[in-house]
Design a protein around this ligand. Sequence first.
Ligand code: SER
Length: 337
Amino acid sequence: MRAATVLVTGANGEIGHGLLTRLAADGRSIVTLDIAPLEPQLAKLVRREFTGSITDLGLLERILSEFEIDLVFHLAALLSTRSEFTPMSAHQVNVEGTLHLLEFAHYEGLSHGRPVVFMYPSSIAAYGLPDIETKNRAKRVREDEWNTPTTMYGCNKLYCEHLGRYYTRHYKQLAAEPAGHVDFRCVRFPGLISALTTPSGGTSDYAPEMIHAAAKGEPYSCFVRKDTRIPFMVMPDAIDALLLLAAAPRARLTRTAYNLAAFSPTADEICEVVTRAFPRASMTWNTDEKRQRIVDSWPAEVDDSAARRDWGFSPRYDFDHAFNDYLIPTITERYKS
Ligand code: SER
């Protein structure tokens, strides 16, 4: 019998870094698929590494034939700023790639006779508030409000949430073969901040970029206004959330996509805490109007009560704790070495 294995796509990315370490520590057998070769310290943790695109059907067929995958973390995506520059590629990777992975999960589940849990990171980009006045008036936004994204990435994420729901509940409903081989579960992540890696191509990148630049002693020019407020979360809480939702009893889940929240600082509040920690930091403000419009369409705060109620989501880090006990000490240590 083949050993149950976890597939992580986009494993070389920011979430992948933290996730592989945790899965390996839990003794899971891991297979990865990423467009770039894994960094050596990650490669050591996995049973097999595939280098290639999630749109390569031949590659997915090879994985299907060689491994019994019972859990998928489908992390590969082009982020929001990058996707605005290359919308066709974004659609290809973010939507067609996800469709291929869902199809892959269906046939994995069919071949070993139980549903494959399919974890999908959606995003606050799935929301689209029409203007800053509406954003300022909106309370903590709930999952079914303002589902009118303004970016290609947001449209891709929202549609893939629906694809996941469809594969879980309705796929092949007219066909003779038994249904229900995919168990799709999704979180809408806020902006994520890791002490170990920096993102690329996102619009919430100003926060991690500001912190890492300050720690490295490099000047930083922030591309959003000081009063910009969106939700953020640190990477350890993001990884905990993915693992907790993956392990939750299916019967407890009342939604396909769950909001997650931890803290919602303004860009200026982040700058203050960073310059307190790294007094030699040099920050300037130079708004990129186009990227500003994107963050202005994202909610300032989201309501995560469904995640708390259904599967016990409870982030460990609030704003102070995130900076004082995780980001600042870990980043300082990282650049020292
Ligand atoms: N962090 C992502 C981005 O900025 C949003 O999910 O694109």
